[in-house]
Ligand binder design. Structure first.
Ligand code: NAD
Length: 489
């Protein structure tokens, strides 16, 4: 197991000489300890990344493409090891982490190819014998800071396009899931030294210096709104570009023209996948009145049938939450909702059958409204609050009444209703009848408080490069518009 930081191609301890524990959320046991990185470590990593940039930005696109494909090959070769590691420190069922591993490999392949495609365009020249090239250049060193819920996927969505665009990287994983990111030292070890550096530690001590260091040129951050806002202010002091992928409070509309059993399965998956610890989890359900009773009963019954257990096991739908702090946050949010009038239909407590692990029952609530925090803010837990609405117009209005704008979903057999919702709800991704499915080639990101910038697709590559206009005049001659000016009537 890799439990050292990786700077300039070498495995190192922190200058702090301190370490912190990594906990298995299913057993509450300490898996290992890792270095507690600080500003001094970050500066070493930033220096290595700047040195590596001089070579990496100029490397030919075929050579770079081959190195990124090699990353994907190594990920697949070591996929099972990696999937189990993500499960052991994050608690997500291993069956889901096998998918995450595959998506990561696929993302590196996608950007390996996209990176050797166009790097700009040629625009119509304003004068004779000229050419205007628009060339997209890398920024330099990217500070990539990622959370714990999809720890290697969100790393790949940053590191793959950053490298394909010619940047070098300093990466910091979440303090809850450092191991699966540190594992990538062995996946990236064929890249020139310093092209990727991995430091680990806590936000304030290790993450902030990555943002404030004059040696980083772009910040790519995924995490909570509060941290994102704080980092945006720090980055603004240096007018440094920051790419923010933040939290959500996604609405999910269930129309009355659908098969209720299918709707229940789609809704339960979107609310409870990874215990609701998905940035695009459905956090608010708006169900049309004619089918509401049947839908609520179906959600209650189906939620009770979900199998909680050791996430390494084969027949497990839900593992533990990532940490005790996260579980307490969910409990507090539900208690507050109940105090404000929400009704728990099923779940709402720690399951009795476990004597350790941060497990929590999938929870369905009704009698909720937008006045409640549980409907207004991101909970990031296994909850499905359901509000009954009269018609599609009311559903759209309520869905759109939010400070967030990450994702939104609808289930309907009528394209007109689906498109009415898609056009009127502010969200970076809108899913019609297949919630949560992403596509490497299509952009992902948020509107409003959910952030700005996009990952994936050509948009996700362009966020890691900046445009330069190169004007070429291939005939050097005196221009009529140079000094001295002449006025002729
Ligand atoms: P978080 O903001 O607490 O931490 C995210 C990362 O930022 C971690 O690596 C953490 O160490 C670091 N960090 C924390 N404080 C910092 C500071 N002061 N300076 C620099 N770095 C700092 O978020 P989290 O709890 O790890 O993740 C959950 C959040 O992430 C949720 O809000 C979720 O919606 C969001 N998320 C968003 C997306 C998206 O693509 N929009 C995807 C996944 C998760």
């Amino acid at each position: 197991m890799l439990n050292l930081m990786w700077i300039n191609g070498e495995f190192v301890e922190s200058a702090s000489t301190q370490r912190f524990e990594v906990i298995n959320p299913a057993t509450e046991e300490v898996i290992t300890t890792v270095p507690r990185g600080n500003g001094e470590d970050v500066e070493r990593a930033v220096a290595a990344a700047n040195a590596a940039y001089l070579h990496w930005r100029k490397i030919g696109s075929l050579e770079r493409k081959e190195m990124l494909h090699e990353v994907a090959r190594k990920i697949r070769t070591r996929g099972e090891e990696l999937a189990q590691l993500i499960t052991s420190e994050g608690g997500k069922p291993v069956i889901e982490n096998r998918d995450e591993v595959e998506w990561v490999a696929s993302c590196f392949e996608y950007y390996a190819e996209l990176g050797r495609d166009q790097i700009g365009r040629v625009v119509a020249p304003v004068f004779e014998h000229q050419m205007s090239l628009v060339v997209k250049e890398p920024f330099g060193v990217v500070a990539a800071i990622v959370p714990w819920n999809y720890p290697i996927l969100l790393m790949a969505w940053k590191v793959a396009p950053a490298l394909a665009a010619g940047n070098t990287v300093v990466l910091k994983p979440s303090e809850l899931t450092p191991l699966c990111n540190l594992f990538f030292a062995e996946i990236f070890d064929h890249l020139p030294r310093g092209v990727v550096n991995i430091v680990c530690g806590f936000g304030k001590e290790c993450g902030e210096p990555m943002v404030t260091s004059p040696g980083t040129h772009l910040v790519a951050f995924t995490g909570s709104v509060d941290t994102g806002r704080h980092l945006a202010v720090l980055a603004a002091q240096q007018l440094k570009k920051i790419h923010l992928e933040l939290g959500g409070n996604d609405p999910f509309i269930v129309c009355d023209d659908i098969d209720v059993d299918t709707a229940v399965r789609a809704a339960a998956w979107t609310a409870f996948l990874n215990n609701g610890q998905v940035c695009t989890s459905a956090e608010r359900f708006y169900v049309l009145e004619p089918i509401a009773k049947k839908f609520i009963e179906g959600m209650a019954e189906f939620s009770k049938s979900l199998r909680l257990g050791n996430p390494m096991g084969p027949d497990v739908d839900l593992g533990p939450l990532v940490s005790e702090a996260q579980r307490q946050k969910v409990e507090a949010r539900i208690a507050q909702g109940v105090q404000q009038g929400a009704k728990i239909i099923t779940g709402g407590k720690r399951p009795a059958q476990f004597d350790c692990g941060y497990f929590f029952e999938p929870t369905v609530l009704t009698q909720v409204d937008e006045g409640m925090e549980i409907m207004r803010s991101e909970t990031f837990g296994p909850i499905a609050p359901i509000q009954v609405v009269k018609n599609i117009e009311e559903a759209i209005a309520r869905a759109n009444n939010s400070e967030y704008g990450l994702g939104a979903s609808i289930l309907t057999n009528y394209l007109e209703k689906a498109m009415l919702a898609a056009e009127n709800i502010k969200a970076g991704t809108f899913w019609i009848n297949d919630p949560l499915t992403d596509n490497d080639a299509a952009p992902f990101g948020g509107m409003r408080l959910s952030g700005h910038g996009r990952e994936l697709g050509i948009e996700g590559l362009d966020d890691f490069r900046e445009a330069k206009h190169i004007l070429i005049d291939y005939k050097l001659e005196r221009k009529s518009y140079w000094f001295p000016y002449r006025w002729e009537k």
